[in-house]
Design a binder for this molecule. Structure first.
Ligand code: PMP
Length: 322
């Protein structure tokens, strides 16, 4: 089903993982059923993309450092004590990509987790932590270029329930419920409101709206994840399109009546939303601002725009003979 399934093989190559401090074949990277994170979702993770540039024969990892900085912020909140700096995590990632010898787009999934094999303990301070990392081939996550969305009946958790500015594993039950509900009802993605009824985000994406010639996006205080793609879009809209970007609370009906809506996220890239709750947004076609930003974004993430190369880490993968 769909094209969004990441697998543990790349063509004929067996992939390797970074696990318990060493690079091992994926089959050997296994945890016990007693693992705390498996029972309680006590983990934080990141989703980072490596974009394959065929002409250059190189992989471009987009804003890797910022992803690891967010992971480390999550580790602090969940008391996940891992012995690596953001810089070391970046180096480990580059090494693993080289080992795996990918030559197509990949998803990079670091996970810091409570590795203690103890199940009846709810004290974060008592539990050992570990870090693991996988890199897998990855295509179009959403499986479509335009999105028909619905407003979810699930509300986004509030920051004082589970912190919303970090990617903790447990919080994704909220996203999964919303995405499952939307797709079973025939929509592509869910727009999730917060407890106050304001637009918060998608199940794995931030939301943007074009209205009155400005770009609007929910405030982080409306429990949206501070997305790295969100930050990228804000900078590009301001610096390249000269647009005003307004971070504010947005009501559901504003989305019905605006000119354009799009979602942004590492997996989702920048994808236009053409309808919400079966009402066309704008003309019902992707709008000019969405398409312009999307075009710029795709050039930048694949290392094709020299001005933004500082956002990319260039890797030349070399496959290790089996
Ligand atoms: N919100 C949620 C809930 C997400 O899972 C993601 C994906 N990480 C985003 C927003 C977008 O964040 P980013 O642009 O950093 O991938």
């Amino acid at each position: 089903m769909g094209t969004n399934k990441a697998t543990s093989v790349d063509g004929n190559k067996t992939l390797h993982a970074f696990f318990k401090g060493a690079v091992v074949p994926m089959d050997e990277a296994k945890v016990s059923v007693m693992t705390h994170a498996l029972h309680y979702g006590t983990a934080v993770f990141e989703g980072i993309r490596g974009n394959w540039n065929e002409e250059k024969g190189k992989m471009y990892i987009f804003r890797m450092r910022e992803h690891y900085e967010r992971l480390i912020r999550g580790c602090k909140i969940l008391m996940l004590d891992i012995p690596y700096t953001a810089e070391q995590l970046c180096d480990t990632t580059v090494d693993l990509i080289m080992t795996n010898g990918h030559d197509s787009d990949i998803y990079i999934r670091p996970l810091a987790y409570k590795s203690a094999e103890v199940v009846a303990n709810l004290k974060l301070q008592d539990l050992d932590s570990d870090f693991t990392l996988i890199t897998v081939p990855f295509g179009n996550y959403l499986g479509t270029d335009i999105l028909r969305c619905c407003t979810s009946s699930w509300r986004r958790v509030d920051d004082n329930m589970i912190p919303t500015q970090i990617k903790s594993a447990g919080i994704y039950v909220n996203s999964l419920l919303a995405k499952t509900e939307a797709t079973l009802a025939g929509f592509d993605e869910a727009i999730i409101l917060n407890q106050d009824g304001h637009v918060s985000e998608g199940s794995g994406e931030n939301v943007f709206m074009v209205s009155g010639g400005k770009l609007h996006t929910p405030r982080i205080e409306d429990n949206a994840l501070p997305g790295i793609t969100r930050d990228t879009v804000i900078q590009l809209a301001q610096d390249e399109l000269g647009m005003d970007v307004v971070e504010r609370s947005i009501d559901r009906s504003e989305l019905y009546l605006c000119d354009e809506v799009f979602l942004s996220g590492t997996a989702a890239h920048l994808t236009p939303v053409v309808s919400l709750d079966s009402r066309d947004i704008g003309t019902g076609e992707p709008g000019p601002v969405s398409l312009e930003l999307q075009k710029m974004y795709f050039e930048i993430v694949a290392g094709r725009n020299p001005k933004y190369l500082h956002w990319c880490t260039e890797v030349t993968p070399v496959s290790i003979p089996a």
